[in-house]
Design a protein around this ligand. Structure first.
Ligand code: NI
Length: 146
């Protein structure tokens, strides 16, 4: 039973990870020029924040648009556990080639969630609407919701 229209619900998570911004196709000098101190060979860490936004109707019985326990379990299994305390360049396959920028990290989190979404939310309800990642307070990337 549905009640009212569609709503958007967002839930935030956090994890710490390390990375180094270094593009394989560029020389050391070019990398240094483009990425500056983010190219430091020994890397550095961030307390990433991830916001997952879902869209769906409010269930008339529960008053909810999403089962948060299911969303939490999905986020933990597909995103947080695989990335938490990792060196993204060295330990996450997607970043052996791709530079672990906030942009590429956001795209990777989106891919991971979409690949598992149907298994957790049959019929695709609620839908995965948007992912936002804060690398720092000043550096935020989002995908979806367009
Ligand atoms: Ni960084």
């Amino acid at each position: 039973m549905e009640q009212g229209g569609m709503v958007y619900l967002s839930r935030k998570y956090g994890f710490f990870a390390a990375h180094r911004l270094h593009a394989r196709g560029l020389s050391d000098a070019e990398n240094k020029a483009i990425f500056g101190k983010c190219n430091n060979p020994h890397g550095h860490g961030h307390n990433y924040e991830v916001e997952i936004t879902v869209a769906g109707p409010i269930d008339g019985v529960t008053g909810r648009a999403v089962d948060l326990a299911e969303l939490d379990a999905l986020a933990e299994r597909e995103v947080l556990e695989p990335l938490r305390y990792r060196n993204l360049n060295e330990e996450v396959a997607a970043f052996r080639e791709a530079v672990p920028t906030t942009e590429n990290l956001t795209a990777e989190v989106d891919r991971r969630l979409r690949a598992a979404w149907e298994g957790v939310f049959p019929g695709g309800q609620p839908t995965l609407e948007k992912i936002r990642i804060w690398e720092t307070e000043r550096n935020i990337c989002e995908i979806g919701g367009f």
